[in-house]
Design a protein around this ligand. Sequence first.
Ligand code: PLP
Length: 287
Amino acid sequence: MSRTVYVNGDYLPEGEARISIFDRGFLMADGVYEVTTVIDSKLIDFDGHFTRLQRSLDELGIENPMDREAWLEVHRQLVAQNEVDQGMIYLQVTRGAPGDRDFVFPDPETTKPTVVLFTQSNPALVDSPKAKKGIKVITIDDLRWGRRDIKTVQLLYPSMGKMMAIKQGADDAWMMQDGEITEGTSNNAYIIKDGRIITRALSNDILHGITRAAVLRFAREAQMPVEERSFTVEEAKSADEAFVTSASTFVMPVVEIDGAKLGAGTPGPLALRLREIYIDESRKAAI
Ligand code: PLP
């Protein structure tokens, strides 16, 4: 089925959507994105994603082309037109397409941001076979730039990291800086030891996950102690449980790190409980 996508104000069949070859997203990775999950045809944490989008744009000096209500309307239109029950909406805003390639930013008066949104359906999001088995991760050096708090479209290294993991028979990679884990290629990373949930504190070293914020809030509400601090690979390997969070995987148990099984090598009880709480609460709050 051909999807309806959104490009710069128009709803179009995906095959008719066009972007200039001079677009700075294409030439310079000069753009930001968000992924918002859809469950029961409703948006999970729309406001969290909108707020982070605004922050990413502000950090790069790109004007937000739409206000909250306009963004919400486009999201809802695409969910309705593409009949998405479970899945996600991808949005991207770039600095736009000046007439030439140039390192200097174009004048925002004459070059307007490019806006693209599309949907991806995934009926197995909530009832995920992967979550029942857990995932295996490898560790790799974190070779990304120093502003990982900005959700830019520069995803080549994370993409290479995922490929390194797949080549080694694993599912994903956790990235490492000075012996400590920063985050996963497309998710935030956590370990659990003696009932305590440990995850790196927010800084420019990691993306400030919207799912992370929600999961830590739900954990504290459920009286699960949370420590926001760095942890080493060795500490991770001797943890009782581990998991990752992201908008599209929610809470995903990790059962193996660099070939070392955690506990019994099956998803841990606290990770599974957090997954359940996250899905239940997010569903209730979806708009
Ligand atoms: N960290 C990185 C590097 C990511 O790319 C993502 C999601 O794409 C996350 C963390 C999780 O963020 P969120 O929970 O907002 O999806």
